[in-house]
Design a protein around this ligand. Structure first.
Ligand SMILES: [Zn+2]
Length: 465
């Protein structure tokens, strides 16, 4: 009997891992890191309820760390089989995992040095040495269309429009002469956004089980032209002599912001202020965005053909080294700083915020989803102080939440994606959402489509079919 187990992203937005056990084989979809609340992060240290040595296959929907960041632990614990992903996802995963290994080491060293950790003997979840073996196990599969993983498992991939290479996966299982179909939404992106193609709903004629993400299952993104909103912010902040800090993952939102800033400069709607992209991997990620043209939408292709690089702002500074990053602290004239991590859970954005949060002339733009328990969520919720490097830093800067820049579908966009399916799924499970969001989407699905839908529960196993 085919079974599905929710090993992550059930009741929360991180730690995506779904185990399919069918036809005598085990297949893992995604292998993400838990982030945010301490009780979630603690799960990264627990062994999986299934021995990694007994897993036969692994397939990734996209490169974000909450879908790939636990791979080094899985491999260290004995997973030796290929990890399949499309070529863009493989290259991005390479960048992200190397960076994640460094960050884990760096943060642990800092915690030891400054005695920040609650643990008597802090150690890194994994190190760069644990990342290397993962990279050689990554194997390419087609960006779109069919892929025979094994005699039992066949995949069809569809653009999910979330980040470069992001996919929704349709899995066909052959078991005892029977055919079962499971659809994994992956992270579903936005319609009519710059750079990437729109999300495509899978075309299966039979769906036994569907897993749908529900990050924004209870919310719509605010209306309003993001270009104009961004112009208003930049002009307002520059006029009062302040700077803008944008916490953004190096992959995805950094490119979106670069695209909009370049457009605003070309339209002469904002002054040409220096833009600092403070991430050693942002430029590599941007190069990959330009390299994988099959992901580009019509407008981006047209911009590229018009000459120039649509992701290159006029006064661009890239900080690769830590010294270059720290030097940005000396910039006293208005500037824009884009730096990871996007939820302010770590990375260089911490020292930019430590430097600039206390000044009311400055502004922080929160462009992405801020999970429970993260510093980004605290800022979004109006925290008066933020804990950075063991100190409570006062929050005097203007905090602007811009849902328009989200890389996740809003509620009605998720319903649009589901409405695009060719057939009614026999059973839907809502994953990758905090409880209120998952429940709201469940109700919307049963109300609108009359489908059977349930909120996935962590570590639950359900029958497929
Ligand atoms: Zn994602």
């Amino acid at each position: 009997m085919a079974k599905l187990t929710f090993l992550g992203a059930a009741g929360c937005v991180t730690g995506s891992k779904y185990l399919v056990a069918a036809a005598g084989k085990k297949l893992l979809i995604d292998c993400g890191l838990f982030q945010g609340l301490d009780e979630l992060k603690q799960r990264n240290w627990n062994p999986l309820p299934v021995d990694p040595k007994t897993i036969d296959y692994l397939v990734l929907t996209h490169a974000h760390l909450d879908h790939t960041g636990w791979l080094p632990v899985l491999v260290r614990d004995g997973y030796r089989q290929p990890i399949y992903a499309n070529p863009a996802t493989i290259e991005l995963t390479n960048l992200l995992l190397k960076d994640s290994g460094h960050l884990q080491e760096e943060e642990t060293q800092n915690a030891i040095k400054n005695k920040w950790s609650k643990h008597p003997d802090p150690r890194a979840l994994y190190t760069s040495a644990d990342v290397e073996p993962v990279l050689v196990q990554l194997k390419p599969m087609a960006r779109r269309g069919g892929f025979d993983l094994s005699p039992e498992f066949h995949f069809e991939s569809y653009d999910a429009g979330h980040i470069l290479g992001s996919s929704s996966l349709e899995l066909t299982i052959k078991e005892n002469g029977k055919k079962l179909v499971v659809v994994f939404s992956g992270d579903v992106g936005r319609y009519d956004q710059p750079i990437l193609n729109d999300p495509v709903s899978p075309a299966a004629k039979q769906i036994d089980t569907l897993l749908s993400e529900s990050t924004y299952g209870d919310r719509e993104h605010p209306a309003g032209d993001p270009l104009q909103l961004l112009a208003d912010i930049v002009n307002r902040v520059v006029k009062r002599g302040g700077s803008i800090v944008i916490p953004a993952f190096a992959i995805g939102r950094t490119q979106t912001f670069m695209y909009y800033l370049r457009q605003l400069e070309d339209l002469q709607k904002i002054p040409k202020v220096p833009v600092y992209v403070d991430s050693p991997m942002a430029l590599s990620a941007t190069d990959l965005y330009l390299k994988y043209k099959e992901d580009h939408d019509v407008e981006f292709t047209r911009d590229e053909q018009g000459g120039g690089d649509p992701l290159d702002v006029h006064t661009f500074h890239l900080a690769r080294s830590v010294a270059e990053s720290k030097a940005i602290n000396d910039v006293k004239t208005p500037c824009i700083i884009i730096s990871a991590s996007g939820m302010v859970t770590g990375g260089r954005v911490l020292h930019h915020l430590a430097q600039r949060l206390g000044d009311a002339r400055n502004c922080v733009i929160l462009g992405g989803f801020q999970a429970e328990g993260t510093r980004g969520r605290a800022l979004q919720d109006g925290a008066k102080t933020l804990n950075l490097y063991g100190q409570a830093v006062p929050v005097r800067a203007e905090i602007v939440e811009m849902g328009q820049f989200s890389a996740h579908a809003g509620k009605s966009e998720l319903l649009r994606w589901l409405g695009g399916l060719q057939t009614a799924p026999k059973q839907v499970y809502l994953t990758h959402g905090e409880p209120a969001a998952a429940q709201a989407l469940q109700q919307a699905i049963t109300g609108k489509f009359k489908w059977k839908a349930a909120v996935a529960r962590y570590l639950d196993s359900v029958e497929i079919g």
